[in-house]
Design a protein around this ligand. Structure first.
Ligand code: SF4
Ligand code: SF4
Length: 98
C-alpha cells in the first residue's frame, strides 16, 4: 500500500480529537511529564486531559487549522503517529477527511 505523503497536519488535527484514549502517557520519563502545563494533563496523570474526545492541548478547528499547544513536549504516542499511517487514516475518516 502506498501511503499518502501529502497530508498536512496543520490543516487536520483529527488524530488529536479522535479518542480520549489516544493521548496516553507510556514511556515518557516523569521529568518530561512534569514539564507539561498542568491544565493539559488528566487529573490521574494517565495522559493528556481531554474534553470529550478532543485533547485539551489541541488548538484550532479540525480539518481547517490545527496546532498542538505542547508540541515540543507532546507524548510519545503523538510523536509516533505519522501522516498516512493507519491510525491517521482512521482518525481522518472519522471526521470525513479523505
Ligand atoms: S490525523 Fe494524520 S494528517 Fe491529521 S494531524 Fe493526525 S497525523 Fe496529521
Ligand atoms: S498532545 Fe498535542 S499532538 Fe498529542 S493529542 Fe494533544 S494536541 Fe495532539
Amino acid at each position: 500500500m502506498t501511503l499518502p505523503t501529502d497530508l498536512d497536519c496543520q490543516t487536520c488535527g483529527a488524530c488529536c480529537a479522535y479518542s480520549s484514549d489516544w493521548p496516553r502517557f507510556s514511556t515518557e520519563p516523569d521529568a518530561d511529564l512534569d514539564l507539561l502545563p498542568p491544565q493539559f494533563v488528566a487529573p490521574d496523570r494517565s495522559g493528556m486531559r481531554c474534553e470529550g474526545n478532543r485533547c485539551s492541548a489541541l488548538s484550532g478547528t479540525i480539518g481547517k487549522a490545527a496546532s498542538c499547544l505542547v508540541y515540543g513536549l507532546r507524548p510519545d504516542v503523538c510523536r509516533t503517529c505519522m501522516p498516512g499511517d493507519p491510525e491517521c487514516l482512521t482518525a481522518r475518516a472519522a471526521f470525513g477527511l479523505g
